[in-house]
Write a protein that binds this ligand. Structure first.
Ligand code: ASP
Ligand code: MG
Length: 420
């Protein structure tokens, strides 16, 4: 059995769904297909959740109608007039969401977020499953929330591996079914409340299912030919990497390469399942193989990763106590409490700097730090990471730029730079 993950960009239009159908139809093995929300639907639903929570009812209604219209444009292009059954199934989802939005919001933002945002994946998978059925391709739609169990940290739920290991095999038996379609990104608590695994979490879903079901391989379908040595939208002459190790993939994802979600590798590495990152447009091209074997040293080329919208925060204890011994613990628990993603840290005796993704929680962190620390920060920065760096690649990235912080290890050089 093989696991596939189709991202939002691959199914953002009727043509995308038709392309999906062609790939699935030509595939000859048992497959479990994980799909994310169509196009930018998750962002749109995020807005709705936000406005719903803040009781901006007019905006909620307007945005709901927009999301509905976007999906119905696709549906109209895909489904024949006679196929009222499929359209009715999709209508039920929109009616449910609409009914939810008419009720008063609870006081838990993350909870409301998950209940609303999950509709993106429920809609995309229903549309796709129904389309395949209309085209005569038998498939089973699975509501993954009943099987992929998580705790109740809404917005970034942790997988309950024990429960999921018991339940997931009961849903995907492959007895009378050759193709399963299910949702990425979402799960459910043991009391069946909807949760999400964190933004871009569908790759992770694919990896979890592959691990639990002992898949033969995983394919992540992308709008790029594979893993590249840089985002081609940023560096147009980026080259494709043919083969990378699990470890390299984890490092790349951690440093911010968007092509793979950081949590994806661990579950497939544990079972030694090979993963292909390949294009959904040229599906039969080779793509990038992620597996145990590492690349030859000579084949290593510099890999560039850019993270925008960074903030550099410098913290100095007011009482001049040492950072490492006395303050690192409390500083990191504050960071964890505000759920910030730290990309780089550096310290001296009495000062500590960290580079973090910008988010509204940073100001809260800075406020709480100010009690015991002097805090300074710069914003609008970018973090450039170079794996397997050499002097040419460093020059290419830093020449003429103002470097606020740099750090080098044997394999990796990182620069916090002012934006030009
Ligand atoms: N639809 C979700 C998101 O956009 C999950 C995913 O695409 O992986 O974050
Ligand atoms: Mg997506």
């Amino acid at each position: 059995m093989d696991v596939f993950k189709f991202g939002g960009a691959s199914v953002n239009s009727a043509e995308g769904v038709q392309n999906f159908f062609k790939i699935v139809q030509s595939y000859k093995n048992e497959s479990l297909i994980v799909v994310s929300a169509m196009g930018k639907t998750t962002n749109a639903l995020e807005q709705i959740a936000d406005n719903f929570f803040h009781k901006k009812n007019d905006l909620v209604q307007k945005q709901f109608e927009e999301v509905k219209a976007y999906h119905f444009d696709i549906i109209k292009a895909l489904f024949s007039k006679e196929n009222t059954l499929s359209v009715a199934k999709i209508d039920v989802l929109f009616n449910d969401l609409n009914a939810y939005l008419q009720k008063p919001a609870s006081l838990n933002y993350e909870f409301e977020y998950d209940q609303i945002v999950a509709y993106g994946e429920l809609l995309s998978t229903t549309i796709i499953s129904e389309y395949l059925r209309q085209k005569g391709v038998k498939n089973q739609w699975v509501d993954i929330r009943r099987y992929l169990k998580t705790n109740d940290t809404f917005g970034e739920a942790k997988v309950d591996w024990e429960l999921s290991r018991q339940l997931i095999p009961t849903a995907f038996t492959f007895q009378d079914t050759f193709i399963y379609i299910t949702q990425g990104f979402i799960g459910g608590t043991s009391s069946n409340l909807t949760t999400t695994l964190g933004r871009e979490g569908s790759d992770y879903t694919a990896a979890i299912l592959a691990n639990i079901l002992d898949a033969r391989e995983v394919s992540i379908l992308k709008d790029v030919p594979g893993v590249m040595n840089a985002d081609p939208k940023w560096l147009p002459d980026a080259k494709q990497l043919k083969r990378i190790s699990y470890q390299e993939a984890i490092e790349l994802a951690f440093f911010g390469a968007k092509v793979i979600h950081p949590k994806t590798i661990q579950p497939i590495r544990e079972k030694n399942i090979p993963m292909h990152v390949r294009s959904f447009i040229n599906f039969f091209d080779q793509g990038t193989l992620v597996s145990e074997a590492s690349i030859e040293k000579s084949a290593k080329i510099p890999i560039f990763i850019q993270k925008k919208d960074q903030r550099l925060i410098s913290i100095r204890p007011k009482d001049y106590s040492f950072v490492i011994e006395e303050n690192l613990g409390p500083i990191f628990s504050m960071i964890a409490k505000h759920r910030l993603k730290v990309n780089l840290t550096q310290n001296s005796a009495i000062s500590f700097s960290l580079c973090v993704d910008n988010s509204k929680n940073i100001d809260k962190l800075i406020e709480s730090l100010k009690e015991n620390y002097e805090v300074r920060y710069n914003d609008n920065l970018e973090l450039i990471t170079i794996r397997h760096y050499d002097s040419d690649s460093i020059n290419q990235m830093t020449e003429g730029r103002n470097i606020l912080l740099e750090q080098k290890s044997r394999d990796t050089a990182q620069y916090v730079l002012e934006c030009n």
